[in-house]
Design a binder for this molecule. Structure first.
Ligand SMILES: Nc1ncnc2c1ncn2[C@@H]1O[C@H](COP(=O)(O)OP(=O)(O)OP(=O)(O)O)[C@@H](O)[C@H]1O
Ligand code: SF4
Ligand SMILES: [Mg+2]
Length: 319
């Protein structure tokens, strides 16, 4: 499968601080890639790099390449990148309130996307908006389109943000923890809807989450980040059956039902190190029960494993 979004050995710095180190991952059309890792592991920065948004944060890609549909993002002008983001990449943020204008009616906010990017007139844009709201299982779409953001629940607002991301008919959707602010039932619904849309429309989806349960439920592939580096990447089923990287195992151990089956909720002791004090060798070594002297001194290279890749000196065996 050819990748729509392809990151090759991408390193990122903000100011003088190196935050991402050699991240490679890709997403194809009709595919859902889960990007996981604890808070501070570099998920959002990876998304920013993928959208060419780093300059807004004083950041830059210091090494490697980001390609969208074969085009090198670094070779584009800012205007070209902006057009790409609006037209071909839809972004769903964690907090719907930052994406919605509180003083504009819902319908108008969604309409504007297809008017701008698809060149639809007012009437056609509204029809498209109502159609999208219905697809997102919003009851009484016409009434919701006339509502103001503050009149809607959190789950409803997040669906509107997803509608806005979809309105321009993007080829790629990047959803950064799209359901973190919502309660568990609404979360499951929204993830399901997003997953179905991807399958039906053949869109590529990069789904950022810290929830391995969500990954198991809807993703085809998963990329696990730790402290700015890729720990492991590959198809979901074999990785869940036999994770190679101890960090992946620990994250899977954090899925409540699995942990419960083992009789205890197994958290991962310790925390992701700060970018100002990354440990030498493998950055996970202070928290790893497999760590050896080699791990403490030498950075593990990324090697193939099944259909994916892993960066670990002592990876687990394939199932
Ligand atoms: N603008 C910035 N300036 C300096 N450091 C930053 C900046 N943005 C992020 N970082 C640092 O980069 C690292 C990765 O951040 P990132 O936001 O990508 O993490 P994340 O995986 O998305 O975490 P979360 O789950 O909390 O959203 C963190 O150590 C963070 O402190
Ligand atoms: S390289 Fe060593 S410390 Fe790092 S995850 Fe693998 S076993 Fe653990
Ligand atoms: Mg984030």
């Amino acid at each position: 499968m050819t990748a729509l979004l392809d990151l090759q050995s991408v390193s990122v710095s903000i100011g003088k601080v190196a935050l991402l180190d050699g991240i490679s991952l890709s997403v194809a059309r009709g595919q859902i890639l889960g990007l996981v890792g604890e808070s501070g592991s570099g998920k959002s920065l990876t998304a920013m790099a993928a959208m060419g948004l780093l300059p807004l944060f004083g950041g830059r890609v210091t090494q490697g390449s980001v390609r969208f549909d074969g085009q090198d993002m670094a070779a584009m002008t800012e205007a070209e990148r902006r057009k790409l983001r609006g037209r071909r990449i839809g972004f769903v943020t964690q907090n719907p309130m930052t994406a919605l204008d509180p003083v504009q009616r819902i319908g108008e906010q969604v309409d504007v996307v297809s008017r701008l990017h698809l060149g639809l007139d007012r009437k056609a844009a509204r029809e498209r908006t109502l159609d999208l709201l219905t697809q997102l299982r919003i009851p009484e779409a016409a009434a919701v389109a006339e509502a103001w953001p503050h009149q809607l629940s959190g789950g409803m607002k997040q669906r509107i943000v997803i509608a806005m991301a979809l309105a321009g008919e993007p080829d790629l959707i990047i959803a950064d923890e799209p359901t973190t602010a919502l309660d568990v039932t609404v979360q499951a619904q929204i993830i399901q809807i997003l997953g179905n849309l991807v399958r039906e429309k053949g869109v590529a989806l990069m789904l950022i989450t810290h929830d391995m349960g969500v990954v198991a439920q809807v993703c085809d592939r998963v990329a696990v980040l730790y402290a700015g580096r890729l720990a492991e990447e590959g198809a979901v089923a074999p990785i869940f059956a036999a994770p190679a990287h101890p960090y992946t195992s620990a994250l899977i151990g954090c899925i409540p039902q699995e942990a419960m089956a083992k009789g205890a909720l197994r958290g991962i002791p310790g925390a992701v190190p700060s970018a100002l004090a990354f440990p030498a060798g493998c950055r996970f070594h202070p928290r790893c029960d497999r760590a050896s002297d080699l791990c403490r001194k030498t950075v593990p290279t990324t090697g193939p494993r099944g259909d994916g890749r892993v960066a670990c000196h002592h990876p687990g065996a394939l199932a």
